[in-house]
Design a protein around this ligand. Structure first.
Ligand SMILES: C[S@@+](CC[C@H](N)C(=O)[O-])C[C@H]1O[C@@H](n2cnc3c(N)ncnc32)[C@H](O)[C@@H]1O
Length: 270
């Protein structure tokens, strides 16, 4: 993002704003690396980033170690072109050569087997029925090495079932998460991201998601059906000292009925 330019709906790039407000790439790269080491007592080197969009995780992953490689997969040719431009700008030649940007459907695309398949920011919720979700999980299973881990995230809590808008103010813009509609009969949820700027201009519906709101037990059942052997859920605790959620996620089997929670899911092949 050009720092000197005043940010407005005309000058801003929505993918840059998405990265600043939604993604937590460094956290996720560390989560992948530390979790794999904890489960396998060995390094995670190869990652497949499904639904990669601008491929920020893959990009940070190859920067994290010269042994690391990444396959980044998305259906959308335009976003992959953007991802390539970003990678060329931010990576050295050797790092760039260790990423493969692939146009394809994450549900069916085959890649060489990897240590970790990741699908973050709820992208796999594009699968609206059990058959499609299991098909995606089976494909992830197939693309993992014998000690491989599939890492996902999920959100929930009673606020996830509400139509609401949540605004977060950043220095040059406001991020607006719009849970636009929710149908309790199907659990289909349509969400938008809008960006508002200090000059009053707005990028309305910068992103739109038509998801099914999957519950953790449903996801666990589908992962088991796809062949995964153990499935762990990681959640935040309440930090009473600072009166906020902990940054760290802990493996849990029971948690409070929070109004809104985020979880990481780790499914292993063995
Ligand atoms: C929510 S965005 C990606 C978010 C990104 N993974 C992150 O962590 O912020 C969803 C992306 O998934 C892609 N997508 C949707 N369905 C897909 C599919 N079946 N296979 C691969 N990519 C898909 C879209 O083109 C879009 O770029």
């Amino acid at each position: 993002m050009t720092k000197k330019l005043k940010l407005t709906a005309k000058t801003a790039n929505k993918y840059d704003l998405y990265e600043l407000s939604v993604q937590n790439v460094d956290f996720e790269v560390e989560f992948i690396s530390k979790t794999f080491k904890k489960y396998n007592k060995s390094e995670c080197n190869s990652v497949r980033e499904d639904f990669c969009a601008s491929a920020k995780i893959s990009s940070a992953w190859v920067q994290n170690s010269s042994n690391n490689t990444a396959y980044a997969i998305d259906l959308d040719e335009n976003i992959l072109q953007f991802a390539k431009k970003e990678c060329l700008n931010s990576l050295g030649e050797d790092e760039f050569n260790r990423i493969k940007l692939i146009k394809g459907n994450s549900q069916t695309k085959q890649t060489p087997k990897v240590d970790c398949v990741s699908a973050f920011n709820f992208s796999y919720w594009v699968f609206h029925n059990r058959k499609d979700l299991v098909k995606y999980f089976k494909n992830s299973y197939k693309n993992l090495k014998p000690k491989g881990l599939l890492m996902l995230d999920a959100f929930g809590g009673y606020e996830a079932h509400q139509e609401l808008e949540e605004k977060t103010k950043y220095k040059d813009f406001t991020y607006c998460w719009d849970q636009h509609s929710f149908n309790p009969i199907t659990n289909y949820i349509t969400c938008h991201i809008h960006f508002e700027f200090n000059d009053g201009s707005v990028i309305k519906k910068a992103f739109e998601y038509n998801w099914r709101l999957w519950s953790l037990p449903e996801i666990k059942e589908c992962l088991t059906e796809a062949g995964f052997k153990s499935i762990d859920i990681y959640m935040q605790r309440w930090d009473y000292k600072n009166n906020q959620e902990t940054e760290k996620f802990y493996r849990m089997t029971k948690c409070d009925a929070d109004p809104g929670w985020i979880a990481y899911i780790v499914a292993s092949k063995y």
